[in-house]
Design a protein. Sequence first.
Lengths: 526, 88
Amino acid sequence: MAYLIVFVLIYFLITIYLSYLGYRRTVTVSDYLLAGRQVHPLVMAMGYVSTAISTSAIIGFGGISGVYGLSLLWLTFLNIFLGVWVAYVLFGKRTRKMGKALDAHTFPELLGRRYESRFVQGFSGLVILAFMPMYAAAVLIGVSRFVEVYLGIPFATALLGFSLISACYVLWGGLKGVFYTSVFQGAIMIVVMLILGVSTYVLAGGPTEAFHSLSMLTPSVSAALRAMGHQGFTSMPAFGSSIWWYVVTTMIMGVGIGVLGQPQLSVRFMTVKSDQEIYRSIPFAAFFYLSITGLAFTVGALTNVIFYSRTGKLALDAAGGNIDKIIPLYINHFYPPWFVALFLVTLMAAAISTNSAQFHSLGTALSRDFFEQALMKGRSVAETTIVTRIGIVFGIFATLILGLVLPESVVAVATAFFFGLCGATFIPPYLLGLYWRKATRSAAKASMLCGFVSSLTWMLFFHEQESKAIGFCKVLVGQDTLAPLPWKMIDPQVVALPLAFIVFVVVALMTRPVSEETLNKAFRHI
Amino acid sequence: MQDLERPEFQVRRFLLDMTLGSMQSISTMFQNLDVWVIAGFLLTLISFLFCLVYGVMKWKKGFEEKHGDYKAEIQWEREEIELIERLP
């Protein structure tokens, strides 16, 4: 307990100081919304990755790899290739230039101005307002579960405490405060994950012995999982099996591709002053992804070796069937108290860095996108910062309520849900708006509505995981899902994203592009 | 002194042993893994190295903006000042 108090105190002192620094240096609206567009490459990389990676990656997806094994490494590959190279080079450079040319301050504002459409901006803001709290709740549940296991504090109390902490400095510091603190938080995450990764290999007898022992556990996998296609922790699930569809389409592709349409990440590209910062951020961001998610997923799988050799149980059984408890239980059982305390601080850092960016996005979605565009019909108001703060408070309450009502083992699922929904709704108008001068306003509207509605429809009636949990399908037609195998296992994004792209292209070819003046302005620096 | 006893040769031999030893360990490690998991491992490493090399090669590029960019900066700053003046 003494270690925890010391680490937490040090952590909070530094965080409060950095947040205060952000507050002091926030003078203009642009400072509050875009950190003054003058962010250093290393800061940009650390801010980006520590926002993208949260407790969800460490606790949620670490737990998932504890159940499905090393197949999750494909997600690290997509994290690095799509989440860094494609996101930075293909999306980031043009986002920065177009954002600057159109004087966009938020992701929905970029889309709205590119397509000369208040609907596009207002609807994007509304999607963020309505669904980002679910992702924020997933992040908070991750750290709260750890506190529940480690300190025995009730889950609801931990959830409330963390919501308030992470909200505090976003309210004062704006995006500069978020950036300063996320660099510090990113540094803690890397150091602790490196210690965790190396020590796990040592505990398991070295890399070769660890993977050998892991492969030997295949017969111990439950008959139910094997019947669904589980082939052991060192193998991909059987091709075409229900687990294969789940792991590949939801866990790997859902998050791996969906990251490209994340509003709280895309806005980061508008915070740097030239392409040079983007280029220089790439190696750092790739290294952070490799050392944090790569290690989290490997450690998740190897927990089975450690649990089995010490308790005779696989990780999922040891955690009582709750996937979100695998990593907390592993750390709590097999590490010295000082490391457990340090790991808790790391989780706090991961949760707070992501939550603060989410709350910031929620605030700007309400003020800049929904309030100013949909309600005030485009009239700029001086109270942007105040309305943003109201949005943040709304986000905190919504997150709290969701955190309390969501079921167990939900962290990775809720994250994948939000990433998938954003991917299907935002990626087509975002990508084609950056590259295709013939992209039209009607196409953007139709594509966004198509991606959003088809995603939700698939979740409510076809994708068993959500349709069963929500129960709407059961009420209407008396069964959990309308789809047979494998369709009921296929992630909504796999269906909705191509559909949204097709709708965009077809409608764009039939309608008139936006005015020449806007096009020239948008592509001025490109 | 014979060639084999020269320090630079010994360093080279040490490095070669290290490399061969690492490769052997990696190949032994990979024997326990499914081909798709190995592919995931390798693609992860390759994509990381690619990002590293790409970032280093482009380290000094991308600083120059196209002609006329400063006009946007001036306009943007002017709007900022107007906004600040309107703040209560």
